[in-house]
Design a protein. Sequence first.
Length: 389
Amino acid sequence: MLINPESISAIITAFVNLFNPVRIIKGIHRRATAWFDSTRRKLDRKLDLLQVRFSIRHISGKKRIKYQKDELVVVCLVRDGSCYIESFVKHYSLMGVKHIVLLDNRSVDDTVSLARKYQNVTVLRTPVPIANKQYREIYLKHYLARRFCKNRWCLCVDIDEFFDYPFSNIINLGEFIRYLNRHSYTAVVTQMLDMFSHLPVNKLKEGFSPDGYRFYDVSNVVKEDYFASRFGDGSEKKNILSNSHVKFHTHGIRHSIFGSINYLTKHQLFLAKRVRISHPHWVVNATCADISAVLLHYKFVGDFVQTARKYIQERYAVPAEYLAIVAECDKNPNLCMKLETSKQLESVDDLIEAGFVVVSEQYSKWAQTFQPARGRTADSFSLVATKNL
């Protein structure tokens, strides 16, 4: 059998190319460079977070908090939140949380001086900026949860977020936590609901009172499958969802008014044990409860347009959203966020009926066994802070 010389030549060429020393060396160099770059970035981040950790200073309040498995501690990373402090503390104190921890990040207003007046509030401070460095924000929230809530329930919220849960008019916080423990849940999906005033933007008063922002609008909320979230890191696939009716929410009133696309689904209530914060909106390794809760979001209060301008100048958070807010309000100074589809929030039942908050049949039947909680009847209760606050 004769061997084609061209075939022999092709085999030799392929062999030489396969074991070409120059190509092998270049490949090794390329992989080594990528490894060193990756290692250097990881080391730089760890050193940076070490700096963040040692920058935290205790200002006032308890340094350690002991509490039971059916109790709850609120932790909050805050900057220039003085107008919210009083309502924030009163809301969570009336709800029955064990303690509140505020970590101030470079506030230039009266946030710290106001917060330190409360006995049930611990105040910490860090001067390290978190603008455009989301991993710092995640680390600080993880630090708060690990330090103050280890193996216990933690509610990690922003200063403008007021948490509430289904049937809280008849179920106190302790019973609610015991329900979660009884069914081995380790997190609750919390849907963010933007609250706003019936007044035009240029008529909003300085300061903040929940009574002035009683309207909401869910007509433009887009609901997607929970496991189709857009965070892009696969975090959602590491969680267990106990109720398929709990969805991933986007858009909402901000899209209707400003055209921005916002993720409204968060996981701010979780058991600080195996659960880990992976994103400001997300946790991993969680067994999510068969209900969802609500975060009343008071972002559009007072001179929020000026706040947006400041964030744009500092290149903080999501500049595109703030650019849209400023552009729309400059174009229309008499802008009013209240639309024909907007409603006034009276109770959690409104949100359940609207499908924004979800409850399972199991949870509903359990809730029926309770009598109205002392001082909070079904008729008088409102998710929005009342005059008693």
